[in-house]
Design a protein around this ligand. Structure first.
Ligand code: HEC
Ligand code: HEC
Ligand code: HEC
Ligand code: HEC
Ligand code: HEC
Length: 222
């Protein structure tokens, strides 16, 4: 009987088979919840920054308000990253010669902004707006975590659609007085206290929030 498959064809067939099995395995990982893993959501990941800027030091220990550096967070869609001039208001006086700050000095001298690697970013097809959240008293800590304890910036939340929707459909428990939004450790109210609950519910009425409309697709996909 003549051979149907030559030896080399047989090897090729096996190789193809192996690739198919691997592909199915990878696909199964994605479908089966691996999309929620920190690998996919980037929660807790650190990126290589031009300067090892510490929020723990600046926002936590030195107590500099978020808005000193993220100047547009309460007036526009973007929080904004600080210009080198903002760093230099202090670093032309403190730590002036530190090698760690060499990229900052170069950035000022050459008039080229520092290239920070973003950790909190949405895909381009999603619209987000900081100022409306700040005006309604949704605190930074809810979406960005305890930034004042981060030696290096990491992402605190998955930023997946259902995470946005969970709050949009029931915003009351997440609201606090807008003057307290940047205070990371604000504990004026116990999370589950009556006072907090009453405040949230009252503000939903005062602001005219419509949780049944806040999940309309065109709010975030415009
Ligand atoms: C309000 C003042 C102030 C501003 C604004 C400021 N810093 Fe600092 N920074 C300090 C002080 C104070 C220290 C600590 C010096 C020491 O430890 O003796 C420091 C330390 C540092 C260090 C050393 C590592 C550390 O955290 O201890 C780096 C790096 C640094 N700053 C980067 C920056 C960058 C980048 C900016 C701008 C985005 C900036 N700083 C803005 C006050 C400031
Ligand atoms: C002294 C200036 C300074 C202060 C004060 C400051 N930040 Fe920042 N922030 C930066 C710089 C510089 C970066 C970019 C480098 C990095 O990611 O660490 C940054 C990055 C971030 C990012 C990541 C953005 C992204 O997509 O990568 C978040 C979120 C953030 N800051 C939130 C806060 C919050 C909340 C506060 C107040 C508790 C705060 N920051 C206070 C300078 C500051
Ligand atoms: C409701 C959730 C939410 C709140 C509250 C919030 N942020 Fe953000 N923040 C985001 C999202 C989502 C992004 C990514 C936006 C994008 O990529 O379009 C982001 C991005 C950022 C960035 C990156 C630069 C930029 O302009 O996009 C900084 C800095 C930042 N936030 C700081 C803050 C500070 C400071 C506060 C509080 C005063 C705050 N955020 C409150 C969700 C939030
Ligand atoms: C912890 C609560 C909370 C989270 C999380 C949250 N939001 Fe919001 N969002 C609100 C509140 C409250 C408003 C104010 C609604 C109003 O005033 O009508 C709002 C308003 C908005 C608006 C403006 C709506 C308008 O009518 O113009 C956009 C856009 C938006 N959110 C996008 C997002 C996106 C995208 C995410 C996720 C990345 C997100 N939000 C996460 C609470 C939240
Ligand atoms: C409150 C904000 C918000 C609203 C409202 C919203 N989306 Fe999204 N959507 C997002 C965000 C954020 C992402 C990005 C998710 C990611 O990167 O994982 C997204 C992603 C998507 C994607 C890409 C695939 C995926 O699931 O990641 C599709 C499709 C989508 N949305 C459709 C819709 C439709 C249809 C509606 C209305 C029923 C809707 N969205 C309402 C915030 C929203």
């Amino acid at each position: 009987m003549p051979q149907i498959f030559t030896a080399s064809a047989d090897t090729r067939l096996r190789a193809v088979g192996l690739v198919i099995v691997l592909l199915i395995f990878v696909a199964a990982l994605f479908v089966g919840g691996e999309m929620d893993s920190t690998y996919a959501t980037l929660v807790g990941w650190v990126k290589d920054q031009p300067v090892p800027f510490s929020h723990k030091h600046h926002a936590g220990e030195l107590g500099i308000d978020c808005r000193y550096c993220h100047t547009t967070v309460d007036v526009g869609p973007e929080a904004g990253l600080p210009s080198t001039h903002i760093c230099m208001t202090c670093h032309s006086q403190v730590w002036t010669g530190a090698p760690m700050l060499a990229p900052v000095r170069e950035s000022l001298a050459n008039n080229t902004p520092l290239q920070w690697q973003r950790v909190a970013r949405l895909p381009d097809y999603v619209y987000f707006n900081h100022s409306i959240h700040i005006a309604r008293g949704v605190p930074c800590v809810t979406c960005h975590g305890r930034v004042d304890q981060m030696p290096l910036m990491t992402r605190a939340q998955p930023f997946q659609m259902r995470w946005c929707l969970d709050c949009h459909r029931n915003p009351a428990p997440h609201l606090r007085p807008p003057s307290k939004v940047t205070q990371m450790d604000w504990s004026g109210w116990d999370e589950n206290s009556k006072e907090h609950k009453a405040y949230g519910e009252r503000m939903v009425t005062v602001y005219g929030l419509q949780p049944d409309k806040l999940d309309d697709c065109n709010i975030c996909h415009r």
